[in-house]
Ligand binder design. Structure first.
Ligand code: 5GP
Ligand code: MN
Length: 328
């Protein structure tokens, strides 16, 4: 990320009065921490903001105050003079309604993101695929205003780092993430609150769901890939939702024989959501792109309409091909 980009975006924000902040649907700690943290900052410099997400704050992030989050496009007015898209690089990631809104709007759009292969063309953007979280880019942007960062904003931004690095354990953890986390703690970020909330979110129903998911596991030793899936029936019988299967793909990867962990969640009869994780074995962002999805080298995802056995067959074939003909 260059300081020129940062300066241009700062200037554009300074000109704006009424700003719409949007992050990806099914928000995680980075999507919510970045958008709510930035919004708090913008309010402190007298900007009016609306923070939109298609979905509500998941239960495991309940320590975040999301009372101002708008979940319906009907509650969105039309008089914004700037739109900020955070932690996404494809309109589709905002959900169908917002995606249509964004395609039709004349308002300037700024993308602030850390995913690979951006699919949105804008005059302004702050994209750094080496950044561990979008929240780190937001931190640098706020610093460029030379304004103090209060403890609430610091906690939200620290959340983005802790969740996107899985508590500094993923390979995307770099020295900048550690430095910014340390600076945020100095600014009053409540790491204790974040850690204890994330650790204590387990329930016995979640354990039962995990049992069902593990019964569905298949290991393909030729491609070192562990795949597991969860049907809508599995969620129903354990009285759980997709939130309780958050983190399963990481868990699958955390076995010494496994180089790719893939978790497939059923959305409806013939519709599936795929989450993939690796640690440098192949480029999963490129693999997800082949299925019209995206993400990072080591963590990516996509949606798939069709039969799950066919989906698994396609995944097997493409991973095998990628393993034999690696692209960067
Ligand atoms: P997760 O597996 O946690 O849902 O997502 C892993 C990463 O891949 C995230 O950075 C997320 O933004 C990205 N990702 C997941 N699903 C999709 C998708 O359908 N499209 C795109 N473009 N990115 C996705
Ligand atoms: Mn992120």
């Amino acid at each position: 990320m260059s300081s020129i980009e940062l300066y241009r975006i700062k200037k554009r924000i300074e000109e704006a009065v009424n700003i719409l902040v949007v992050s990806h649907h099914d928000p995680d700690g980075d999507a919510l921490g970045s958008s709510l943290g930035l919004s708090l900052f913008l309010n402190s410099i007298e900007k009016k903001t609306t923070v939109y997400n298609r979905d509500k704050c998941p239960e495991y992030l309940n320590f975040i105050d999301s009372s101002n989050l708008v979940n319906s496009i009907e509650n969105i007015s039309d008089d914004f003079d700037l739109i900020l898209l955070l932690d996404l690089n494809d309109f589709e990631r905002t959900g169908e309604d917002m995606s249509i809104y964004l395609k039709n709007t004349q308002t300037d759009i700024i993308v602030i993101d850390h995913h690979q292969n951006p699919k949105i063309k804008t005059n302004f953007s702050l994209i750094d695929a080496n950044s561990s979280s979008t929240g780190i880019l937001i931190y640098n942007l706020i610093l460029s205003f030379g304004q103090p960062i209060n403890n609430l904003i610091a906690t939200l931004l620290l959340t983005t780092i802790i969740t996107d690095t899985s508590s500094f354990r993923n390979s995307n953890t770099n020295s900048e993430a550690l430095r910014v986390a340390s600076e945020l703690i100095n600014l009053g970020a409540n790491m204790q609150l974040i850690n204890s909330s994330l650790l204590n979110e387990r329930s016995l129903n979640k354990l039962l769901l995990e049992k069902e998911i593990l019964l569905n596991h298949e290991f393909y030793s030729d491609i070192h890939t562990l795949i597991s899936f969860c049907t809508t029936e599995n969620y129903k019988s354990t009285n759980t939702t997709k939130e309780q299967s958050e983190g399963i793909a990481n868990f699958l990867l955390n076995h010494k024989e496994v180089k790719i962990g893939i978790f497939i969640r059923q959305i409806s009869k013939n519709s599936w959501k795929v989450s993939m994780r690796t640690d440098g074995f192949i480029n999963l962002s490129l693999l997800a792109n082949k299925f019209d999805g995206g993400g990072h080298k080591n963590a990516s995802g996509f949606s798939f309409d069709g039969n799950i056995d066919y989906l698994k067959k396609l995944l097997r074939e493409r991973i095998l091909y990628e393993q034999q003909n690696p692209t960067s």
